[in-house]
Design a protein around this ligand. Structure first.
Ligand code: MN
Ligand code: MN
Length: 351
């Protein structure tokens, strides 16, 4: 601490003396590699009750802008590298976030019950499996949005799996996920709010991932050639399970939200990478998800192709999405991997 203070004093003296250019100061005060907000604060959120609808909340596992009026985050920003991924089981300990300021409505674990919407993670449980504490933090309701079940369990699960696949093959990622607009359709009807009006149902859900190969000085390694994957999906239950359908540019998301993503990246580089739409999304195996009717009727899937099935943290049976015996707390896994790990097919949906 003392050393930091001394450094700040020294920087101030040098600045006054005109001996340091501002860019040097920026370098000295930049967040470190792996910081959840390395790419910047998209909405200039501040940790002050005077800013209730753009309220900055910082945890060691992710950073977010909370919106008190909407009862959910505007965006959540986090880092995923090989150190983020471990072997901790999904805890499913959904709970209210008691760190919200006194007097603010706290969405409870059962706040979405019966609404037809999933408790959709922003920072996913499976991105935080290095420790029990890390996984547990993702189940705070301040990290959730009401997400149409097929959007969450199909499109979103596929995209999350794809991104973790990149990490497993030597990349590290800086991710921001957010939502905006009002009105979505879950498994029941179109709704604008749930939980007695305390939680807005977003109309659009987006995610931006900046992909770097493992290394150091991450911010300085972002160039005009850096891969950026951006998707923007409608919050509806008739969404395609193929996330590639929803590829877009960061610029388009910025236009829709009024936020400035990747704001810590030099403007000239932002200009190039934010205008691009990712064109090479299918480099690692993309699981094929069959989304059968919610009634439990399933679609035939050729056994020669691998695809995603779902398991729970405790069971030893795997199911198709939509199976009546699949609990909502489902974990996507490739069918071949499920079989290799000793899971057996559900006798009803017969995946
Ligand atoms: Mn989810
Ligand atoms: Mn930007």
């Amino acid at each position: 601490m003392r050393r930091t203070r001394l450094l700040k004093v020294l920087v101030a003296i040098l600045l006054v003396a005109g001996l340091l250019v501002p860019s040097t100061v920026i370098a000295l005060t930049s967040p470190a590699d792996g910081n959840n907000l390395l790419l910047g604060n998209p909405s200039k959120a501040v940790h002050s009750t005077a800013s209730p609808n753009n309220y900055l909340m910082t945890t060691s596992n992710y950073t977010l802008s909370y919106n008190k009026s909407r009862g959910e985050p505007n965006w959540v920003s986090w880092y995923v590298g090989s150190s983020s991924l471990g072997s901790v089981d999904r805890l499913n300990n959904f709970r209210a976030d008691s760190t919200l300021p006194a007097g603010w409505y706290e969405v409870q674990a059962n706040g979405y019950s019966g609404s037809g919407f999933d408790r959709g993670h922003n920072c996913p449980s499976a991105d935080r499996t290095s420790s029990v504490a890390a996984n547990s933090s993702t189940f705070l309701m301040t990290n959730m949005i009401p997400q149409a079940p097929r959007n969450n369990e199909g499109t979103w699960a596929n995209f999350e799996n794809y991104l973790r696949g990149l990490v497993k093959s030597g990349d590290e990622l800086y991710i921001v996920m957010g939502s905006y607009g009002t009105g979505g359709t879950g498994s029941k009807t179109c709704q604008t709010t749930i939980d007695g009006g305390h939680v807005a149902v977003p109309a659009h859900i987006w995610k931006v991932a900046v992909v770097l190969s493992n290394g150091t000085k991450d911010l300085s390694r972002i160039t005009t050639k850096t891969r950026v994957i951006a998707i923007n999906t409608p919050n509806i239950n008739t969404v395609s399970s193929k996330w590639q359908t929803y590829l877009t540019s960061v610029d388009a998301i910025e236009k829709a939200t009024g936020e400035d993503l990747l704001s810590n990246v030099p403007a000239a580089i932002q200009k190039v990478i934010e205008a691009k739409v990712d064109s090479n999304p299918a480099t690692s195996p993309v699981p094929i998800v069959v989304v059968p009717p919610v009634s439990g009727k399933t679609t035939f899937q050729p056994a020669t192709k691998d695809y995603t099935v779902y398991v729970t943290a405790t069971g030893k049976t795997y199911h198709r999405l939509g199976c009546q015996y699949l609990s909502k707390s489902c974990i996507p896994i490739l069918r071949s991997k499920a079989i290799a790990e000793g899971y057996t097919p559900c006798s009803v949906c017969n995946p």
